[in-house]
Design a protein around this ligand. Structure first.
Ligand SMILES: Cc1ncc(COP(=O)(O)O)c(C=O)c1O
Length: 417
């Protein structure tokens, strides 16, 4: 298998293969899938081998409830150092007074932010789910919708841009305890100052759910919510390229509340291997190479948006400022779900998503992963053409699949040095 070199070594799939070939086969099969298809899911990326090494390390064995210097378990003196490094790197990277790096996921970080600032039954104003809000922004299927009274703002159906007048009107009417800004599919920069102004006017906390843009913030390619939000929640995967996980940033006045909201209120033992991997990723994100990467991610996304528009797809807001874009494939004669299937058959993996027009499923794409592979504007221009070719004509899928295999072969996510 061409990518098997990634998993060599004493703590590797070699060992797993001898003990449990069935599972080893699955790991290698997934690595092969990721390496031979195009990962266009806007929330995904390829972590570095160093991040993977931390994740697969004996730190996974350690129980460490509490915080460095104040643990409920013995033997934490070494993992304490890992967590302190992660916290210091996160604070420096984002210019925050305080960082909590223990959240197991982005959703856990949002839960902790609510736990720190709200009481059950409080009113919260957030982007409505049909417009791009996350499950944790008030879905009735999620704790957020069950325990809080969510009011949803939206995007303008014509421009696709956040309707700040609507945000202000809803805030004045409902007097929320908190306003959440952040989305799973908004392709433009969030105007944090505008949200702060409304929050101040109605006396609400501002929570920025920066799960998506936080990696661009780290690389200086998107504005930072840190100076504006009371609490910033984020994921450490996605553009940031760390392990799957979450984190919270806040000012020192809320530090204790946020820490207590994570542990012991919503979580138990910290996952020290993941925290060490977060530290590795923060270290990587502080380098000039990552700054260049973040800007290239945006340049590629812009080129992809232009290319898809030129092929006739309807690009929401006419383009993007970030790593993601959403498109309606209807002008090419296919709906979102059919399109996703055709693209999958052609080796392009992505999600469907809500669009500003109610009841229309579009497609959400991102350029974080392909940029990590080293693809630039020239490759992205070609990807737009392949994308539209696979959509227009189902029978062209096989040819596109071959070209995708060739492209990904030239830009392996984990090259053998
Ligand atoms: C805006 C937003 N918030 C929260 C999350 C939740 O992250 P996780 O899947 O790690 O729980 C996501 C994930 O995509 C997201 O986009």
């Amino acid at each position: 298998m061409p990518v098997a070199h990634m998993l060599e070594g004493p703590l590797s799939v070699d060992v797993l293969g001898r003990q449990d070939p069935e599972l080893a086969e699955i790991l290698l099969g997934e690595l092969e899938r990721q390496s031979t298809t195009l990962q266009l899911i806007a929330a995904e990326n390829f972590t570095s081998p160093a991040v993977l090494a931390a994740l697969g390390s004996p730190l996974a064995n350690k129980y460490a409830e509490g915080y460095p210097g104040a643990r409920h378990h013995g033997g934490c003196e070494i993992v304490d150092v890992a967590e302190r490094i992660a916290v210091e790197r996160a604070k420096a990277l984002f210019g925050a007074d305080h960082a909590n790096v223990q959240s197991h996921s982005g959703s856990s970080a949002v839960l902790a932010a609510y736990a720190a600032l709200l009481r059950p039954g409080d009113t919260v104003l957030a982007m409505g789910l049909p417009h791009g809000g996350h499950l944790t922004h008030g879905s009735p299927a999620n704790f957020s919708g069950r325990w809080f009274d969510f009011v949803g703002y939206g995007v303008d159906p014509e421009s696709g841009l956040i309707d700040h007048e609507q945000v202000r009107t809803l805030a004045r009417t409902h007097r929320p305890k908190a306003i959440v800004c952040g989305s799973i599919s908004y392709p433009r920069h969030i105007d944090y100052a505008a949200f702060r102004e409304v929050a101040d006017e109605v006396g609400a906390y501002l929570i920025a759910d920066a799960a998506h843009p936080i990696g661009l913030v780290a690389g200086g390619a998107a504005p930072s919510p840190v100076p504006y939000a009371d609490v910033v929640c984020a994921t450490t995967h996605k553009v940031l390229r760390g392990p799957r996980g979450g984190m919270l940033l806040c000012g020192s006045e809320l530090a204790e509340r946020v820490d207590r909201a994570v542990f012991p209120f919503t979580q138990g033992g910290a996952q020290m291997h993941t925290i060490a991997a977060k530290a590795v990723a923060f270290g990587e994100a502080a380098t000039p190479a990552f700054t260049a990467y973040a800007h290239q991610v945006v340049a590629n996304a812009r080129v992809l948006a232009q290319g898809l528009a030129a092929e006739g797809l309807a690009v929401t807001t006419g383009g993007t400022d970030t790593h993601l874009l959403t498109v309606d494939p209807a002008p090419l004669g296919v709906d979102g779900r059919t399109a996703r299937g055709r693209l999958a058959a052609a080796g392009m993996v992505l999600d469907t998503c809500a669009l500003p027009h109610p009841d229309v499923r579009g497609l959400r794409l991102g350029t974080a992963a392909l940029t990590t592979q080293g693809m630039g504007e020239a490759e992205t221009v070609r990807i737009a053409v392949l994308f539209a070719t696979a959509l227009r004509d189902e029978s062209a899928g096989r040819g596109v699949r071959e070209e995708v295999r060739d492209l990904t072969g030239r830009f392996p996510p984990y090259p053998a040095h």
